[in-house]
Write a protein of this length. Structure first.
Lengths: 213, 558
């Protein structure tokens, strides 16, 4: 989901030399990924009040404003830097709109694994991948999806966060480590523990069901 | 030697590394090579498969949750609220007079119906309305049903026509009066001959269809109809629905299919992997059910079954039904291999083996790639990790054994006939070493239950060996007369360890038993050095696994 890193580096170099079109290109090519990050973290309540595009636009503007600081001291890869800005803007949005309910601003990492409702996400997954699913497999995947969502909900925040980073945001282990300020082995271990718990939850029959609104 | 107690952490970091590697392969667009990694790290294999299954789920659902286009399609679909009406009720349906409902399946309802214009009875399958949302889907259905209609094989239920009445797609098949294999199996397993004789023509029919370019995709006992003479007829050919585009799956219960006979690649919904060997797997699952009276892998829910199909090997049929035939068991297990490449390449090859078995000829499942099944015999158990605690100690132990045996032979060579020095060497000497060994082991961390068991087996062998001197004295035999028993005792210890730890120890066990024979022969023939031979063999028995597990424990690099 993230754009090619070597091109990003080239654009960063040109942006450092004051090339305005490079700055534009740099931000534009991350727009889609940023939008996904934002969408992942906006729950339905907030989606009704704010437009994800607006948040992405805010991120772009702020990134543009702070780009010189970043270029002066690039401590993290560019996309992780953008991701951090996006995350802060989402938290701001929650704070501004004081969204009621359990998705409060305290849970700043609120992840929205959207429910498919009566429509199986797997049909859509099948569409996405163009793969074949026989009816029985689809039915099972439907159930699996419910169970997966419930299991993810039951995890503790740090566990859920690392799974979201590694799989939903498609970060590598070293990127997740940098973002969390951990060593790579430590991030790997946290991920392993989280997956073990996820797996336990998946096996737990009580984890199934439609507990998620 | 001073192994710090942290084997779990080491194990975890390797596991985390493997998971990262697999995720990386997936992101690079490669097929993740889980089995390859599992084979490289057998003691991590089980957990790796489990965690990878969860990671795959996360990847799949993440793909959906983060894709806005999909989200939009989804919401639109929710809002439009697709009507999903059932099929026509009994009565008239176009040219058909519906007589009775025969069954419900994944895509619709089957009726016994009379085609008025031709005055014949047919099996009429009416596809659930809403199952085909788009014209493209319907066209595909018609094309598939059309190619199924061109199949002409004595063991395939012929499709007469494919059509559509009031936007309701349907097709008609020959009405097979009789029962289904599923009903037949509800009474319990079939005798081997009957099972093979029934399945072989089914395999031939599937082979024929594969040659026509058509996969069945949904083979299961309820799709094998048995006519009045007991001959099998495969139905629903090539009609297992592909789910694509925005088809709706909102019903539960009645229309859900079963993953019980589904190949792993099918259950996982893998892209583009479905092939003739997927049908071979399903045929194997049917054979398994025939032999044992139950499907190979069955969990409490459909989901659990899918997880089992993805992760676990089925129990050998004879474990479930001791009466099942060993060769048929081989045939079933070969068809049920998780990796398509390890199964029979074609349904025809499976039919060949079934027919060979019926004719009492040797079967192919016993040869070639089926060495796999024998390889399983030599596989490590999940207890084998304890050997990592022992790797270095075993290398020292091999040295201790070799020294004791060489010294014993040296005493002999120097003409020492009194038992005293030998008894000292084998009880006090070996006993001291055993005490040191155990103390070192305990210093390295808590001793597990399995290790305690093994220590007991080991201690019993040492007591036995020490008592040999007592027996020799009591029986008035010259000292060391009973020394070939060293080989037997050690061979027994390794046989027990093979059962508990890893099948590789069968080799050690066999070598030590053979050594006992050779020692007896050497003593009889007056060839010196029989005890040194034992020393060499038993030292090797400990040294090589010791080295292997020492390396595996990761201490070798530190």
């Amino acid at each position: 989901m993230w754009p090619d890193a070597s091109q990003t580096i080239e654009l960063l170099r040109r942006a450092g030399e004051g090339d305005a079109s490079a700055v534009n290109g740099l931000l534009e090519r991350h727009r889609a990924a940023l939008r996904r990050i934002v969408m992942l973290r906006l729950d339905r309540g907030l989606q009704r009040r704010v437009d994800a595009s607006d948040i992405v636009q805010d991120v772009m503007i702020e990134a543009n404003r702070r780009l010189d600081d970043y270029l002066a001291a690039p401590n993290v890869p560019f996309h992780l830097w953008l991701r951090q800005i996006a995350r802060d803007r989402v938290i701001d949005a929650y704070r501004r709109h004081k969204v009621a309910g359990r998705r409060s601003i305290d849970r700043e990492q609120a992840l929205v694994v959207r429910s498919a409702g009566s429509q199986s996400a797997l049909d859509l997954a099948a569409q996405l991948a163009g793969r074949e699913l026989t009816p029985a497999a689809a039915a099972v995947w439907h159930e699996l999806e419910d169970r997966f969502r419930a299991a993810l909900e039951q995890l503790d925040e740090p566990d859920r966060e690392i799974i979201v980073m590694r799989h939903f945001e498609q970060l590598s282990n070293s990127e997740a480590a940098q973002t969390l300020g951990l060593s790579e082995p430590a991030a790997g271990m946290r991920y392993l523990r989280a997956m073990r718990r996820l797996r336990e939850m998946l096996d737990e029959p009580s984890a199934s069901g439609r507990s998620v609104p | 030697m001073n192994r710090q107690p942290d084997p779990p952490a080491d194990r975890d970091s390797r596991l985390a590394g493997l998971l990262a590697e697999l995720t990386e392969q997936l992101r690079q667009g490669q097929e993740p090579r889980v089995e390859e990694l599992a084979a490289r790290e057998p003691e991590l294999a089980a957990e790796l498969r489990e965690l990878w299954a969860a990671a795959l789920l996360a990847e799949r659902f993440a793909a959906i949750a983060s894709d806005e286009h999909l989200q939009a399609t989804w919401n639109a679909a929710l809002e439009s609220g697709m009507p999903t009406t059932g099929p026509a009720l009994p009565g008239h349906f176009g040219d058909f007079e519906i007589l009775e409902e025969l069954g419900r399946g994944g895509m619709g309802v089957v009726y016994r119906a009379r085609q008025v214009s031709l005055d014949r009875e047919v099996a009429l399958k009416v596809v659930l309305r809403g199952t085909w949302a788009s014209a493209a889907d319907l066209a595909r259905f018609r094309a598939e049903a059309g190619s199924a209609a061109r199949l002409s094989h004595p063991n395939i239920v012929p499709v007469y026509e494919v059509g559509q009445i009031d936007e309701q797609p349907y097709f008609t098949m020959k009405l097979v009066a009789g029962t289904t294999l599923a009903e037949r199996l509800s009474a319990g397993p079939l005798p081997g001959r009957e099972a093979a004789a029934l399945l072989a023509p089914v395999c031939r029919a599937i082979q024929y269809a594969h040659e026509q370019g058509l996969l069945h995709r949904d083979l299961k006992p309820s799709n094998v109809l048995l006519d009045a003479d007991g001959r099998p007829h495969v139905s629903d050919f090539g009609l297992a629905r592909r789910i694509e585009s925005d088809e709706r799956w909102t019903q539960t219960g009645a229309i859900l299919g079963t993953p019980l006979y589904m190949s792993p690649e099918q259950a996982a919904g893998s892209r583009g992997q479905l092939g003739p060997t997927s049908d071979v797997y399903s045929l194997g699952a049917i054979l398994y059910h025939m032999l044992t009276g139950r499907p190979p892998l069955q969990g409490p829910t459909a989901l659990d079954t899918v997880l089992l199909v993805l992760e676990q090997d089925p129990p050998p049929p004879r474990l479930v039904n001791p009466l099942a035939d060993a060769d048929l068991e081989m045939i079933a297990l070969r068809s049920l291999q998780k990796l398509p490449a390890l199964r029979y390449a074609t349904a025809g090859a499976l039919a060949d083996d079934l027919e060979a078995w019926l004719a009492d000829e040797p079967i192919a499942a016993r040869s070639g790639k089926f060495g796999q099944v024998f390889a399983r015999l030599f596989r490590e158990t999940h207890h084998a990790v304890v050997l990592e605690n022992w790797g270095l100690l075993w290398m020292w132990h091999s040295l201790a054994l070799l020294v004791i045996c060489l010294v014993t032979n040296a005493f002999q060579y120097r003409g020492i006939r009194s038992p005293g020095p030998y008894v000292m060497l084998w009880t006090v000497g070996l006993g001291t070493w055993a005490a040191i060994f155990w103390a070192l082991r305990r210093r390295a961390g808590p001793v597990t239950f399995v290790e305690r068991q093994i220590a007991h087996v080991w201690a019993s062998s040492m007591i036995g060996i020490a008592l040999l001197f007592v027996l020799e004295m009591l029986m008035g035999l010259p000292v060391l007369t009973l020394s070939p028993l060293l080989g037997l005792t050690s061979g027994m210890v390794f046989l027990v360890k093979a059962g508990i730890l890893t099948g590789e120890f069968y080799v050690q066990s066999a070598a030590l038993f053979a050594t006992a024979i050779v020692m007896a022969w050497m003593d009889r023939a007056g060839i010196p050095g029989s005890i040194s031979l034992f020393g060499l063999v038993s030292a090797a028995c400990f040294f090589f696994p010791g080295l292997k597990y020492w390396k595996q424990s990761g201490n070798a690099e530190r």
